[in-house]
Design a protein around this ligand. Structure first.
Ligand code: ADP
Ligand code: ZN
Length: 598
């Protein structure tokens, strides 16, 4: 049953209970007049009444002007003999008491409501708003949160990460034939940590190990462990390992291990105790492995640097395998793996696509092919061609277009100049990555985008490159300033990135002369980095150096913008006209003005 329907049924129950309650509390019609018992007795004595109706402890009668009167009779009542004596017609009606079941149920209503509220409260406050499904899974067997499968995926489906595959090949051998290894006295790692950027295929590789070995694959995400209810995470770990040992040999896969396995010195805050308990339980389980348990734990993270060192000790995740972003050859292989599922036209050359997608992860490449397939279907065609792949690439890189967003002419003009600023500065600085595409069609959150793509795969970044990045990022805001003498909020993200890069150049990468090659890592409580302690004096020098970097980049940008104002205008005008321009068109515009790279 989907989450939506569960939610719906909860609301239905609330509605039903509400209705019943309303019915229960329903006031009698307002045109009944209640009178006191002694007044009633008096009326009887005086002979005003001829017929009454008794219902439960009520006696009602109707007067000649059609008004209803009613009185409440005390239980041991002398009304009845009196009525009989006075010769009044008595009509007795059965009291419509609520059924005992309904009554018990109704008396429980407040508790039920309370429980429901508690439920919703837990859900919204429990997981920082993120985990909708979890509260609904309450009461459901915890083991069901653990996915089990017997994957069909094999190493053939994982491309471009040959070294990682070689490193885990031994594990496949072990799982296929564990006794051979234990008889020989070999020690097989209990845990393997796969680390690397998101989307590089860590989950895929883990499933492929299970698939190759033909063993069950249990998986759970670290973020599922961290619940608000203390103790649940730990018991979930226990369940997971118990299930695993029952089905051994098998693989237990823990995605996002950093959610539980963060450095323990990390600052306080809610959920911390819980996380620690969960982590401890995990360590206890792993330490308790016997040689013949034949269970291998594979964990994945993209933040291996913040993991608690206790996790990486021998006997735990002591084998660490990096799953890197694919290089150009790797990308081609990955593209070909995913191309097996689609129909590509004769003009598609995967090596060209691979060259045009530096920095793409396997997931992004897979996503791109999927997008291309969707676009092809939507266009009513049957084979994918290069043009569609290019469109799909833009979509994956920049997010979907939001053509429906209504933008004023003025905003459009400002955006055009902003993006033209980025593009011009990038073009002028030979150290920066070439501009791939510029657009003023809103995509995702951005009103416009300037996309750069490196010529080749980049494995490290030098000072000149980083400085050029600072300049390019500042180009947008400074172009707005130069042209409109005003700035907008549109550059917020650029500015954030500028500060981040400049700070890291000074503090992490030793690129400032005054500071020298020393790292100063500020504390990062969110990610559990304890940080270093440095003097206020040093802090001041760091700030000054960061400011220096940014102001010298700004000076460079201002100079480019004023020297090539005509080119800036020209790019912005073309953008307003065409909305999207690519690298060739920018080259053309710049050449028309006779400008050259700085
Ligand atoms: P991670 O766990 O590293 O974040 P995933 O394994 O979840 O990444 O990758 C998501 C998807 O991307 C996979 O299901 C697969 O379709 C594709 N993918 C990622 N890396 C590769 C790869 N090396 N080879 C083939 N496909 C890949
Ligand atoms: Zn910008």
């Amino acid at each position: 049953m989907s989450y939506f329907y569960k939610n719906l049924s909860i609301w239905l129950i609330i509605g039903l209970v509400g209705l019943l309650l309303l019915n229960y509390l329903k006031q009698p019609p307002a045109d009944i007049t209640y009178i006191r018992y002694n007044e009633f007795l008096q009326k009887v004595e005086e002979g005003h009444l001829s017929t009454v109706t008794i219902k439960g402890s009520h006696i009602s009668w109707v007067t000649s002007d059609n008004k209803i009167y009613r009185t409440i009779v005390p239980p041991p009542s002398k009304a009845l003999p009196l009525l009989l004596k006075k010769n009044i017609n008595i009509e007795v009606q059965e009291e419509r008491r609520p059924h005992w079941f309904l009554k018990t149920f109704l008396s429980w209503v407040p508790f039920i409501l309370l429980f429901i509220f508690w439920f919703f409260f837990m859900r919204t406050s429990g997981s920082g708003g993120g985990g909708g499904n979890r509260a609904m899974a309450f009461g459901k067997s915890r083991a069901q949160l653990i996915d089990t499968e017997n994957p069909e995926v094999t190493f053939r489906d994982v491309a471009g990460v040959d070294e990682a595959k070689e490193e885990v090949a031994e594990i496949v051998d072990f799982l296929k034939n564990p006794d051979k290894f234990t008889d020989a006295g070999a020690r097989i790692p209990a845990g393997v940590l796969l680390y690397g950027d998101p989307g590089t295929g860590k989950t895929l590789l883990a499933r492929a190990i299970a698939g190759e070995a033909g063993v069950p694959f249990f998986s759970i995400s670290g973020s599922n462990f961290v619940e608000m209810y203390v103790g649940i995470g730990a018991s979930r770990v226990r369940d997971l390992f118990k299930e695993g040992k029952k089905k051994a040999p098998c693989i237990i896969f823990i995605d996002e291990i950093d959610a539980v396995g963060r450095h323990r010195s990390a600052g306080g805050g809610a959920g911390n105790d819980e996380r620690e308990q969960t982590l401890n339980q995990l360590l206890v389980e792993m330490d308790g492995f016997e040689a013949n348990d034949h269970v291998i734990v594979i964990a994945a993270t993209n933040r291996q640097d913040i993991l608690d060192p206790a996790l990486l000790r021998p006997g735990r995740f002591d084998r660490q395998v990096m799953v890197p972003l694919p290089d150009v050859a790797g990308r081609e292989k990955i593209l070909k793996v995913h191309a097996r599922k689609i129909k590509a036209g004769p003009d598609v050359d995967w090596s060209i696509i691979a060259r045009g997608t530096p920095g793409f992860s396997g997931a992004q490449l897979a996503n791109m092919i999927n997008e291309a397939a969707l676009l092809t279907t939507r266009a009513g065609r049957s084979t994918i061609d290069m043009a569609i792949l290019e469109e799909a690439k833009d979509k994956v890189m920049m997010g979907a277009e939001r053509r429906s967003l209504i933008i004023t002419e003025k905003e459009k003009e400002i955006t055009a100049y902003h993006e033209a600023g980025h593009a011009l500065v990038a073009w002028m600085l030979p150290d920066s990555d070439p501009v791939h595409k510029v657009t003023i069609i809103p995509r995702g959150k951005a009103l416009g985008l300037t996309m750069q793509l490196p010529e080749h795969d980049r494995y490290s970044q030098d000072r000149a490159y980083l400085f050029a990045s600072l300049c390019t990022l500042l180009g947008g805001r400074l172009a707005e300033e130069a042209v409109f003498n005003n700035v907008t909020t549109g550059a917020g993200n650029d500015i954030e990135r500028v500060s981040d890069i400049a700070r890291r150049m000074v503090c992490e990468w030793g690129m400032s002369d005054k500071i020298g090659p020393v790292t100063f890592r500020p504390s990062d409580p969110l990610n559990g980095q304890p940080g270093q302690i440095f003097s206020e004096q040093t802090a001041r020098i760091i700030d000054a150096e960061v400011n220096n970097l940014i102001s010298s980049a700004s000076a460079t940008v201002r100079q480019i913008l004023s020297e090539h104002r005509a080119v800036l205008d020209s790019i912005a005008r073309t953008l307003l006209e065409k909305e999207t321009i690519d690298r060739n068109e920018i080259n053309q515009i710049v050449r028309q003005h006779g400008a050259k790279n700085a």
